[in-house]
Write a protein that binds this ligand. Structure first.
Ligand code: ADP
Ligand code: MG
Length: 363
């Protein structure tokens, strides 16, 4: 569990522009990662996640800003100070596992310990086996590394990172080469492993579900800039802007006008009626965000707050869930429901927008 201590990793004003690039890959980035935290950098491809991670690892030299780990400066561009990667107490798992085929599983895992002076064979053996134990591969220690499945290679790459017992673990899309089912299984294993060993981790992914299920906190990056930061629940339920809201889940934005603000939140007027929102409205023009799975379908009566009469127009059955398009006034709302009660096109229904799940965003 993360603690309230000073952040173990602190980045201030971090920036990087590649030669001949039109725009910075990363700009003015501030990050505070807490001790023991599982911290994720999330964003679409090209938003600067890998560049950020590589600057923390020392594989890329920032051209602006400062990075400190446990109070020790790793790089500071104004002073031209830069600690090389092998002198940083940081381990990294790359997207390509980079496993050496001519070595055994064990040899792959203890390879990073080569550089540690004064480490006797018994200690190497103990740490290597402990790391393999952690990822459930102890039985395969002496197997050739080529004879491994994708999931096993992934575990070897993880073991090779945790064997260092470094202060910080960096993971760059480590599950992206696995098929969907294995990815989900490894996600669970990875989360258990991180909780068990408690190493502060910075995880990079473009997969919002992965980010939501793994992370203590998520930083959303957009075009090299920090767009939002918060716990999975904060970002999903109360995003600060439309970019985060749309990137981190499916959603609908509805035009609306604020008619009242009070201690309980705000009342907005939409095309199909007045909607009460439990959170405050930002200044200026706003739009109403409601996620499809937060809209409740009910029997056709509309005599409750935030409940409106509608007609089912489209039904898309996906087994566990059913996606509906429901006409309310002249608006078509997407509603995602569990498949417990089925509706058919033409059915009269009511839709209810829970005030707690109505978010007002700058629009
Ligand atoms: N070595 C490089 N040389 C030039 N441009 C690069 C290099 N690496 C990344 N970029 C560019 O920097 C931006 C950020 O890339 P990257 O950090 O890899 O993003 P992400 O990991 O989020 O996909 C992109 O526009 C990418 O094309
Ligand atoms: Mg990347």
């Amino acid at each position: 569990m993360p603690s309230d201590e000073d952040p173990i990793l602190r980045a201030r004003g971090l920036g990087k522009t590649y030669p001949n690039a039109a725009a910075p890959a990363v700009a003015a980035l501030d990050l505070d990662v807490r001790r023991g935290e599982f911290f994720t950098l999330l964003g679409p491809s090209g938003c600067g996640k890998t560049t950020t991670l590589r600057m923390i690892a020392g594989l890329e030299r920032p051209d602006a800003g400062r990075i400190a780990l446990a109070g020790e400066t790793l790089s500071e561009s104004t002073r031209n100070s830069f600690v090389p990667p092998h002198k940083r107490d940081i381990a990294m798992v790359f997207q390509s596992y980079a496993i050496w085929p001519h070595m055994t599983v064990f040899q792959n895992v203890v390879f990073p310990l080569e550089g540690e002076r004064g480490l006797d064979a018994a200690t190497r053996r103990r740490r290597g086996m402990a790391a393999l134990e952690q990822v459930g591969l102890a039985a395969l220690a002496d197997r050739g590394a080529t004879l491994l499945s994708g999931g096993q290679q992934q575990r070897v790459a993880l073991a090779r990172a945790i064997v260092r017992e470094a202060k910080l673990l960096l993971l760059d899309e480590p599950l992206s080469n696995l098929d969907a089912a294995l990815r989900e299984q490894m996600r669970t294993e990875l989360k258990d492993l991180q909780r068990r060993i408690g190493t502060t981790s910075i995880y990079v992914t473009h997969d919002q579900e992965e980010a939501l299920s793994l992370s203590d906190r998520i930083a959303v990056l957009r075009d090299g800039v920090l767009a939002d930061l918060g716990t999975p629940e904060e970002l999903y339920l109360r995003p600060r802007d439309a970019f985060t809201a749309a990137f981190i889940g499916r959603t609908r934005f509805l035009p609306c006008r604020v008619v009242a603000r009070d201690d309980a939140g705000a009342l907005v007027e939409t095309e199909f009626g007045a909607v009460r929102c439990a959170a405050a409205a930002p200044d200026g023009t706003v739009q109403l965000m409601v996620r499809p799975e937060h809209i409740l379908l009910g029997p056709p009566s509309a005599d409750a707050p935030n409940r409106f009469a509608g007609t089912v127009e489209d039904v898309s059955f996906a087994g566990r869930t059913v996606a509906y398009a429901v006409r309310v006034g002249s608006t078509r709302l997407d509603v995602l429901a569990m498949s417990v009660a089925m509706r058919a096109p033409g059915d009269a229904v009511s839709v209810e927008l829970p005030p707690d799940r109505c978010v007002l965003l700058p629009g």
